[in-house]
Design a protein around this ligand. Structure first.
Ligand SMILES: Cc1cc2nc3c(=O)[nH]c(=O)nc-3n(C[C@H](O)[C@H](O)[C@H](O)COP(=O)(O)OP(=O)(O)OC[C@H]3O[C@@H](n4cnc5c(N)ncnc54)[C@H](O)[C@@H]3O)c2cc1C
Length: 376
């Protein structure tokens, strides 16, 4: 049977960034991905935004990894030819009442180490985004946009060049803890790992359960987000990235407007708890729902201006029956990145929802530190 220093389960953006970071330091790194290609799940079904770290609770992993990941992601994209643009974004308060919230967001941003946050008035919003309505907005300079498919491929290419073994069509089906390793059984064969990384995204709780670990108590609730695109005739109505205030919308950062690298305008994502982690249908929200959601930012938009696009599924750690969700339709949990208390050779990454795309290289540094402890 093959033996490896490290086996990573999951070839999304996080697993690939981890493979890149670990293969600099260790030989015999394997990455096992269930699907025929890397990054086919959440990692290619998102907004593609390089987040700044404005919203997250100071001191949380989301805040730390997003702020550092923002810088590392720009550096990586620039040096490895990944399409991206540092376009900045607007976070818009629609009324005088909402404007107080902008001040609080700026304070959170400063506590997270962000610079270049500027509050601008209605006239400045109109100059930047002539079709967007708003009372005041924060201009966030460090936000940007990238091609998430290109990013996943580039992390994987660098990892492979450094000697990592990357296997697609290799769904992991069984895990068994041995005294000095973990036996990993996938459809591609068996391998013993001195250190195992669970980076299985939506399925990370199920991978923890394969091991019989108490970490499986961190149940993942899939929350689907659907996107529409604006019709071609309305694509010049949005020039950059425009977000509402996050408090108004709860479970997510809200239905935002994203000008992609290809000049299309995405509207969304919505947020709906679903049963099936593979259910990517875009059939529950109507164009009327999208028009209603987007009207506070784009008052003149009509249902006929929307075309259904695609959906992504968030690995939420907050149950739909939690009091916060029930009462306010909102709830945020931090990333879980920990060594398993009962199986210390295993590192779990659970609940890596947004801003996971941005945070991936900083998460990889964190995991590299934990792997150093395991293999010391
Ligand atoms: C609608 C939406 C919008 C988002 N927008 C942004 C954004 O703009 N900016 C941002 O920073 N973040 C954003 N995110 C978050 C970001 O996309 C995720 O945090 C990130 O993609 C998570 O990557 P991952 O590698 O952890 O998970 P995944 O991409 O889910 O990868 C996990 C991989 O594990 C594989 N796998 C699962 N089980 C097994 C098994 N048993 N054996 C082998 N392989 C297995 C899966 O096939 C999958 O490929 C968004 C997310 C959503 C849903």
């Amino acid at each position: 049977m093959d033996r490896a220093n490290i086996v990573i389960i999951g070839g999304g953006v996080v697993g690939c960034a981890i493979a890149r970071a670990l293969s600099v330091k260790w030989d015999d790194v394997f990455l096992l991905e269930a699907m025929p290609k890397l990054g086919m799940g959440t990692s290619s079904r998102n907004s593609g935004v390089i987040h700044s770290g404005l919203y997250y609770t100071p001191g949380s992993l989301k805040a730390k990894h997003c702020v550092r990941g923002n810088r590392l992601t720009y550096e990586f994209c620039a040096s490895h030819g990944v399409s991206h643009r540092n376009c900045g974004k607007l976070v818009v308060a629609s009324s005088k009442e909402e404007a107080d919230e902008l001040g609080r967001l700026v304070e959170t941003g400063h506590a997270n180490g962000l610079e270049n946050l500027k509050i601008v008035d209605r006239a400045a919003i109109r100059v930047r985004e002539p079709h967007v309505a708003g009372y005041q907005a924060i201009e966030v300079a460090s936000t940007g946009i990238l091609s998430s498919e290109d990013l996943v491929k580039a992390y994987a290419r660098v990892a492979a060049d450094q000697g990592a073994n990357i296997l697609a069509n290799a769904r992991v089906e069984r895990l068994e803890a041995l005294p000095d390793a973990v036996r990993v059984t996938s459809v591609a064969g068996e391998i013993e790992a001195r250190c195992l990384i669970n980076s299985a995204g939506l399925f990370a709780d199920e991978v923890a359960a394969m091991l019989g670990s108490s970490m499986a108590r961190h149940k993942i609730y899939p929350v689907r987000g659907e996107y529409c695109e604006l019709v071609r005739a309305k694509q010049d109505w949005v020039r950059g990235l425009v977000y509402p205030l996050p408090h108004a919308v709860g479970l997510t950062l809200g239905m935002h407007l994203t000008k992609t690298l290809w000049g299309r305008v995405l509207v969304g994502p919505t947020a709906r708890y679903i049963e099936d982690k593979n259910d990517y249908e875009t059939n529950r929200e109507s164009v009327e729902d999208f028009a209603r959601g987007a009207k506070p930012l784009l008052p003149d938009i009509e249902p006929a201006d929307f075309v259904p696009a695609y959906s992504g599924i968030r690995p939420k750690l907050i149950s739909p029956s939690s009091p916060l969700v029930q009462a306010h339709g909102r709830g945020m949990a931090d990333f879980i990145i920990e060594r398993d208390p009962e199986f210390p050779r295993v590192v779990h990454l659970i609940g890596i929802e947004s801003p996971g795309l941005t945070s991936a290289p900083a998460i990889a540094e964190h995991v590299s530190q934990l792997v150093g402890e395991v293999l010391a």
